[in-house]
Design a protein around this ligand. Structure first.
Ligand SMILES: Nc1ncnc2c1ncn2[C@@H]1O[C@H](COP(=O)(O)OP(=O)(O)O)[C@@H](O)[C@H]1O
Ligand SMILES: [Mg+2]
Length: 198
């Protein structure tokens, strides 16, 4: 993952409405520098997840434009944005093993099988789950599932990683450990990180 470097992000006058009436995001202007670690803070319902979903490409912006490395991306599908995301509820595929969950982003990107296996192995080792590749998510603790979600967001060497309250479900000790690991990953990989918390 040393080949990645951080992406630059710009939100320009971005608005979002889900129902065509109420603006959930009013007029967001935001610049993220390459390699930056940005923390988004705000109460529940303030639109943090919505902002990440628009940046990752899972929700369209209603108005305005989002730029990645100076290119407008409003019409770019998620898998072409080079963005890894840790969803608020992890969103692991329950019917797939841990290794299959990690291979999924690589399959979408049409990576060959040998490279897929190497990347999956490395990502699992990075989050200290090397022995858990054959388990299903339901056979893991909450903290282990959370680490799988982090590994899945990093496995394809993204330039930018979005983490939506990734530590919320963890107990204090695990939360501190993961906080440290996320910082470590950020410093080692040079990726840009947007981290949502409250
Ligand atoms: N898919 C959706 N459809 C309609 N409304 C939504 C949807 N997702 C979020 N909202 C609404 O948008 C607002 C912001 O939600 P969200 O972005 O999840 O905030 P946060 O992550 O800060 O808690 C809330 O009022 C929420 O109910
Ligand atoms: Mg949220």
């Amino acid at each position: 993952m040393s080949s990645s470097k951080g992406a630059a992000v710009r939100f320009e006058k971005v608005q979002k409405s889900y129902d065509g009436e109420n603006l959930v995001v009013k007029d967001l202007n935001l610049d993220i520098a390459p390699g930056e670690f940005l923390t988004m803070l705000g109460p529940s319902g303030s639109g943090k997840t919505t902002c990440l979903m628009m940046l990752a490409g899972f929700e369209p912006a209603t108005h305005g434009e989002i730029f990645l490395n100076n290119h407008p991306i409003n019409n770019v599908p998620p898998y072409k944005r080079g963005i890894g995301m840790v969803f608020q509820n992890y969103a692991l595929f329950p019917h797939m093993s841990v290794a299959e969950n990690l291979a999924f982003p690589l399959q979408i990107r049409k990576m060959n099988r040998a490279d897929q296996e190497a990347k999956v192995k490395r990502a699992l080792e990075m989050v200290e789950l090397g022995a858990f590749g054959n388990r299903r998510p339901a056979q893991l603790s909450g903290g282990q599932q959370q680490r799988v979600a982090v590994a899945r967001a990093l496995v394809f060497d993204p330039e930018l990683v979005l983490m939506d309250e990734p530590l919320g479900a963890l107990d204090k000790q695990l939360r501190e450990q993961m906080q440290y690991e996320i910082k470590h990953i950020h410093e080692n990989l040079g990726v840009s990180v947007v981290h949502v918390t409250y």
